[in-house]
Design a protein around this ligand. Sequence first.
Ligand SMILES: [Zn+2]
Length: 229
Amino acid sequence: MKLAKNLLSFFYPRMCVACGDALQQNETSICIECMLHLPETGCHKERDNPLRSVFDGRARVEEVAALMSYSKDNKVQKILHGLKYGGQKEVGEVLGEYYGKQLAAEERFSQAGCIVPVPLHRRKLRKRGYNQSEWIARGLSKAMHIPYVTGVLVREDYTETQTKKSRYARWMNVKEVFAVKNGEKIAGLHVILCDDVLTTGATAEAAIHKLEEIPGVKVSVVTLAAVVY
Ligand SMILES: [Zn+2]
């Protein structure tokens, strides 16, 4: 087995998703050098950070935090691209766990009751084979000792949405695509909604509004990267 594995890594060396260098045996998805130089925001330490204002007047949020700042020329783009389109799901778990350890030190996050990954549309899930946000949730969950819950926040079937809903509803887009199933499973909990990247906040906003239909639920948002910083 070991020989086979070594042979495999000889012909197909595992590479760092951020810089492309060969990974050492003890590294997963991303090399230590890149881990040491992540453009971290540190924004989880302050409640009124600039990310929070993304939701001003749009949705009620408890906390908002992102591990890294996103800009087009840095390695963050490569990480997110690998995570989403390159089959590099493990990097979601590695970085989720890394950030989870930091969040666990902040009571505003550590007191949360569950983690809910933003669901992928069924068709996209079939094509990609995994939901990248779920892998981030796995990492966060591991480090924070808070369970992650799938199947409660779901995407409505695309074709159904397309055919049954009015043109106006389609134009309104994201607001229409989330649904809640068996909401009682997370009733009364502080939910950490997690996703790979926070840009305009439209997706998170739509998800928050759906989650808020569940009695007693309050929502925080945690992503690997954010454009605002
Ligand atoms: Zn690297």
